[in-house]
Write a protein that binds this ligand. Structure first.
Ligand code: FAD
Length: 387
């Protein structure tokens, strides 16, 4: 392992890999990614639902989506890895006048930024997603360029391209300390010895706070468990239009229940707003009963499907559900954290922006909504569409 590097990236998930790729594109290849697990992408990245959408509630996140989705669309040609990207759209179902009002404002914002998003009624929503029961739905939004991609493909694509350009990737290497001298990063300590560096990227996902603490700062990111269940889907349910044949993502905004086709099966999940922050990722099977109660109302065919498997992973929540991208209070320590349940899809743009900030280039967009300093100033508008 190298004993010194221009940049050390802590964490080999989609964020760490994207930063490495974009640094390499800018000619910075004296870079080491440190990942404590045996494989890359086994943290939150390996447990996510693969959803990719333009439909966000604030300008900054919509811009991250526009840039990220454009790169995902040309990923195979540009980065050189297949990512199984299906743009069958995201359908948001709204059941309260308050949600409709918020979404009307946000559709205006999305359209102003060039996103093609449609307003639908319940009948139109049911036509787009066969098998859906839209009882109580008073409005819906749909963007046909939203979709589902493979998180492992994106992470490995970025990582392999970075590696081919000269970036080192060290697995089974845990960062145990960050030495700060005169307010600047000087060294990273690992289970395989130290690495001298002046730039450290905190890409540790739900563990961002622990990495910040090593350098003496508080990164306000907390882990929250989220479940995903996979149901087997008999082909006859598709043939009978009781389950969509496409990979459309359907989100019941009020309950946060969502589903989409995953291979031959169906993936679904829902947040549990009552569960406190935890690093526990064991599956709570009792929670399946709560999800099923909502699920069978929205997609009655699920009552006839069996659950083939399930897993839980961690959302890395920031206080305003917006990410932290950029420098911190310690010189040379950069953050790419707190993506609050939608980091996979924003990893292409977030990694590009952070690489620009590290090399001192203009990132080409207003990054103040992502500033580490905003929590001290309490100045953020935040993201409302957390699923
Ligand atoms: C159930 C679920 C569903 C989701 N669905 C979606 C979705 O549909 N769309 C979407 O965009 N996002 C989704 N997300 C969110 C998304 O997965 C995350 O925002 C994203 O993966 C964060 O990536 P990351 O690289 O920051 O973190 P991670 O993938 O967790 O990577 C961090 C890495 O850092 C490593 N690490 C930590 N500490 C150390 C250390 N001390 N030394 C060395 N290595 C260390 C970890 O081992 C890990 O591999 C979902 C998340 C979950 C849990």
């Amino acid at each position: 392992m190298k004993r010194s590097a221009e940049v050390v990236i802590v964490g080999g998930g989609c964020m760490g890999a994207s930063v490495a790729y974009h640094l390499a594109r800018r000619g910075v290849t004296d870079v080491v990614i440190l990942e404590r697990e045996k494989l890359l992408g086994t943290g939150s990245t390996g447990r996510n639902a693969g959803g990719v959408r333009h439909q966000f509630s604030n300008d900054a996140n919509i811009r991250l989506s526009i840039e990220s989705i454009a790169l995902l669309e040309r990923f195979e040609a540009e980065v050189g890895h297949a990512i199984d990207f299906h743009q069958d759209g995201y359908l948001f179902l709204l059941s309260t006048p308050a949600s409709v009002e918020v979404f009307r404002r946000n559709v205006t914002l999305q359209r102003r930024l060039g996103v093609e998003v449609d307003w639908l009624d319940a009948a139109e929503a049911m036509r787009l997603a066969p098998g859906l029961d839209a009882a109580g739905v008073i409005g819906a939004t749909f963007c046909g360029r939203d979709g589902i991609a493979d998180p492992n493909g994106v992470t490995m694509g970025f990582a392999k391209a970075a590696q081919a350009a000269g970036v080192s990737i060290e697995r089974e290497t845990e960062v145990t300390g960050i030495v700060v001298e005169r307010g600047r990063v000087a060294r990273v300590e690992t289970t395989r010895g130290p690495i001298d560096t002046t730039v450290v990227v905190n890409a540790a996902g739900p563990h961002a706070r622990a990495i910040g603490r090593m350098a003496g700062i508080d990164v306000p990111v907390d882990p929250y468990r989220r479940h995903i269940f996979i149901a087997s889907v008999d082909a006859s349910l598709v043939a009978a239009s009781r389950v969509p044949a496409s990979r459309i993502m359907v989100i019941d905004f009020e309950t946060t229940f969502y589903f989409h086709r995953e291979g031959a099966g169906l993936l679904f999940g829902m947040g549990d707003p009552r569960e406190p922050s935890t690093f526990d990722t064991t599956v709570r099977w009792d929670f399946l009963h709560e999800v099923t109660e909502v699920a069978v109302k929205r997609l009655p065919a699920l009552a006839d499907a069996s659950i083939s498997h399930a897993w839980a992973g961690l959302y890395e929540m920031s206080p305003d559900a917006n990410p932290i991208i950029g420098p911190t209070d310690v010189g040379g320590l950069f953050a790419i954290n707190g993506f609050s349940g939608h980091g996979f899809q924003h990893s292409p743009a977030a990694g590009r922006i952070l690489a620009d900030l590290i090399v001192g280039r203009d990132p080409g967009m207003d990054v103040t909504p992502f500033a580490f300093a905003r929590f001290a100033a309490q100045a953020s508008g935040g993201e409302r569409y957390v699923v």
